[in-house]
Design a protein around this ligand. Structure first.
Ligand code: INI
Length: 156
């Protein structure tokens, strides 16, 4: 394993231009995901002036905003952030499926790294656990995955 040619991404965000796309729905949780992503990226060298935050109404609207940013050009990567909580909607499965498929589709079709920071949980407690309390911060994790992927794609 140690002697084969390996391509991997460094976790350095200096000089990159990044957009966060965040849903307003479940704002209490999503604000913490935004905080986790911003904190991760700035601690890994991203200059604040190279970071743009785009707000959309809900998780369903995340893919379209990601697509528009990708088509506009100039962004090295995107982090999509939101929280779909089962308790608050009978549409839970549809919203989750469309947001997830849509983000994956945009990422592949546009050839752009999009960190997947969408929580899909049964209740608010599980969401809060994943938004900066006992189970880490999904926003920070999605930012880390986006950054690693941006850097590895540059080298392939
Ligand atoms: N959007 C979310 O981001 N999270 C949710 O939990 C949610 N619920 O529960 O319905 C939600 N719905 C809104 C949806 O994403 C769209 O904004 C809406 O249907 C208008 O297109």
């Amino acid at each position: 394993m140690h002697h084969i040619k390996t391509i991997e991404g460094q976790l350095n965000a200096k000089g990159l231009k990044i957009a966060l796309v965040a849903a307003r729905f479940n704002d209490f949780v999503v604000d913490r995901l935004i905080g986790g992503a911003v904190d991760y990226l700035t601690r890994h060298g991203l200059e604040k002036e190279n970071l743009t935050l785009v707000r959309v109404p809900g998780a369903f609207e995340l893919p379209l905003a990601c697509q528009k940013l990708a088509q506009k050009g100039g962004y090295d990567g995107i982090v999509a952030l939101g929280a779909v909580i089962r308790g608050s909607t009978p549409h839970f499965d549809y919203v989750c499926a469309e947001a997830t498929k849509g983000i994956a589709h945009v990422s592949l079709a546009q050839g752009l790294s999009i960190g997947f920071g969408l929580l899909t949980t049964d209740n608010l407690e599980q969401a809060v656990e994943r938004a900066g309390s006992k189970s880490g911060n999904k926003g920070a994790e999605a930012a880390a995955a986006m950054l690693e992927t941006v850097q590895v794609l540059k080298q392939i």
